[in-house]
Design a binder for this molecule. Structure first.
Ligand SMILES: [Zn+2]
Length: 632
């Protein structure tokens, strides 16, 4: 996921889970991989799931559902092939806000009993289904609630085309259980097939092998051959068309958006080639993008084979495509090798940010990647300052027991994780580190792994008892300590040095229109705007706006950074654009700082509440959970 930035009752699962490891897994080529692991692998308990996979675990899902836009519900059956590992008489699923109608066993659909546990705000309820020692198949008949947190139902007005309704899911971190009864833990993997019935004028796509055009029946079938964790279950339904980009890549979008998207993401294939050059073969067959309506709460979501992406990266100049590099990188870090619990989230995101920067360096050079590192470092510094220097939530390894796992979705996992890996690279050299990461991805492919398992691998395969190297890598300082370790050297950027020159000239009185800003990318503009003083006169604001037209920028990153200044300095010229932005865009990364800035004064708060009342129906639950809290 790209930022941004949910759980729970201290439900302690006794002991460590024992998961049968995948000794052989089919890959995209039908080739077989052999895991070097022993028959059982110990993973830490997942405090955010009721499932007890050490007893009975799901291996394959057959989903058969109807999507009803009038009722805003999904209904049907989730049929699981299971392994009953201990001969137990029950299998436990996660369920939140679902109406469970019936449960059946086996192919002859023999009715069985089920029980729903106590409701917890974030975790929902346990769904315990009675099975027999020899049960291989469990089928659950269910229906979602109209306010299921994973589902966003958009009216035609909220789409680009304005003619048809739209639906998309966001399952990460623990929202899959709001649209499918499921063992909702990243430590549990399964393959799936799905049959989805939608209104005839719409197309359905999933995190699976996808259709490229609508059919006359409105019934679509899907297959995901590679085992995935539940948070990668994804579905979208809308007036979608497909356009090919390269041999392995393409884009799904509304007809009104497809041309702009095809232009913006024309370099997808090059990115895939660059990524494979660094970490080996892409293992998911196709890599396609789905461009969503603007209410999507994240930058992107790495749903396998089909990344979901915000239209706020359609900057018309391909300047925000590092987000695509990020989501593509997740095909290795996250989707292939997965964090076992949300306490290990940095394993997904830190590796992905590191890999994203490597892809961008491969394509556009080191100076380009340096800019991304500096911007990332600025974000990280703010997060650390915000949380407080001693806060345990600034450790890489988190303890989110009793809390919503979304609380771990901060720049710590992303940027501190990235800088830890860059630090290891610096200590051993790029060639040796690349070999190590390749080995890591191959050893743990299609498995989940924990912080402890990664660190064991790091010690045995890279550090190998070299004490001097261990000291340089400093596991304790990075993983189990707050903030940034002593001796950390902040990243620098030569392109940003030129931006700083221009900024200093402006600060000493040079008119904005006379600054040298030729060929600046989005990143340079963002750096410039972030440097602007907290307090500016209306004349200074107007001078900048007249020279660079920030208020009317088509670039969402530039706009969002500029609005922070326009709010603080009561620059009313930007008010209309601000309101339009907030009512159209649902990306939490932009919304949270803007609403926070508004919320800082009584007058601003009044404005924020008025806009929020209008805009809230356009936001996904992922964003409204955060904003309800902020604006209460
Ligand atoms: Zn990510």
């Amino acid at each position: 996921m790209t930022p941004y930035k949910r759980c729970l009752l201290g439900l302690s699962m006794a002991g460590a889970l024992q998961l049968a490891s995948c000794t052989s897994q089919p890959t995209s080529d039908g080739e077989t991989m052999t895991s070097e692991q022993t028959a059982t692998e110990k993973l830490p308990a997942d405090v955010h799931s009721y499932a007890q996979p050490a007893e009975a675990v799901t291996k394959h899902l057959d989903l058969d559902i109807d999507v009803n836009f009038d009722q805003k519900t999904i209904s049907g059956t989730a049929s699981y092939l299971i392994d009953n590992l201990t001969g137990t008489d029950k299998i436990v699923f996660d369920s939140r806000n679902l109406q469970i109608e019936n449960a059946y066993l086996g192919d002859n659909i023999e009715e069985t009993t089920f029980e729903l546990g106590e409701t917890n705000q974030f975790m929902g309820q346990s769904l315990t289904v009675k099975i027999k020692p020899d049960t291989k198949k469990v089928t659950i008949k269910y229906k979602t609630s109209p306010d299921a947190a994973a589902l966003q139902w958009l009216s035609p007005q909220q789409t680009a085309g304005k003619k048809h309704p739209f639906l998309f899911t966001q399952s990460q971190a623990i929202l899959a259980r709001t649209w499918i009864p499921i063992q909702d833990s990243p430590g549990i993997r399964f393959t799936y097939n799905a049959k989805v019935k939608v209104p005839k004028e719409l197309l359905a796509v999933m995190s699976a092998e996808n259709p490229v055009q609508k059919n006359s029946t409105g019934v679509y079938t899907f297959e995901m051959k590679q085992p995935i964790p539940s948070y990668l279950m994804a579905l979208s339904v809308g007036d979608l068309v497909f356009e090919k980009v390269g041999p392995q890549t393409g884009i799904y979008a509304e007809p009104a958006t497809i041309k702009a998207a095809a232009y913006e993401f024309a370099e997808m294939d090059k990115m895939l080639v660059a990524a494979e050059k660094i970490y080996g073969k892409y293992r998911w067959d196709r890599y396609d993008l789905l461009v969503l309506p603007p209410s999507f709460p994240f930058g992107g979501m790495e749903n396998p084979r089909l990344t979901f992406v915000t239209p706020t990266v359609l900057a018309k100049d391909r300047s925000l495509t590092s987000l695509i590099a990020h989501e593509l990188a997740h095909s290795w870090s996250g989707n292939l090798v997965t964090n076992a619990t949300w306490d290990d989230f940095w394993l997904n995101e830190g590796f992905t940010v590191y890999f994203e920067r490597r892809i961008m360096e491969e394509l556009y050079g080191k100076e380009y990647a340096d800019m991304l590192n500096v911007l990332g470092y600025q974000d990280l510094k703010h997060t650390i300052a915000d949380k407080g220097a001693d806060n345990a939530d600034t450790h890489l390894k988190l303890d989110l027991e009793g809390r919503d796992p979304d609380e771990g979705l901060t720049d710590i996992a992303y940027e501190k994780g990235n800088f830890f890996l860059q630090n290891i690279e610096k200590a051993v050299g790029r060639a040796r580190f690349d070999q190590f990461v390749n080995d890591y991805f191959n050893t743990f492919a299609f498995q989940s792994t924990s912080t402890d398992k990664f660190l064991d691998f790091l010690r045995s395969e890279l550090i190998k008892g070299d004490e001097e190297l261990a000291e340089k890598i400093n596991i304790e300082g990075w993983v189990y300590s707050p903030g940034l370790p002593e001796g950390f050297t902040a990243p620098a950027s030569s392109r940003f040095a030129k931006v700083e020159e221009a900024y200093n000239a402006w600060k000493s009185g040079k008119p904005a229109a006379q600054l040298t800003t030729k060929d600046w990318s989005s990143h340079e503009w963002l750096h410039f705007i972030r440097m602007l003083p907290e307090t500016m006169s209306l004349q200074q604001m107007a001078d900048l706006d007249k020279a660079f037209n920030f208020t009317n920028s088509g670039n969402s990153e530039v706009l969002a950074a500029w609005f922070l200044h326009s709010i603080k300095n009561n620059y009313a010229t930007a008010d209309k654009a601000l309101e339009t932005f907030l009512t159209n865009v649902g990306r939490r990364k932009f919304l949270v700082p803007i609403y926070k800035a508004l919320n800082a004064t009584p007058e601003g708060k009044k404005k924020a509440l008025a806009i929020y009342a209008k805009a809230r129906p356009n936001y996904h639950a992922v964003s409204t959970v955060t904003l309800d809290e902020l604006l209460k």
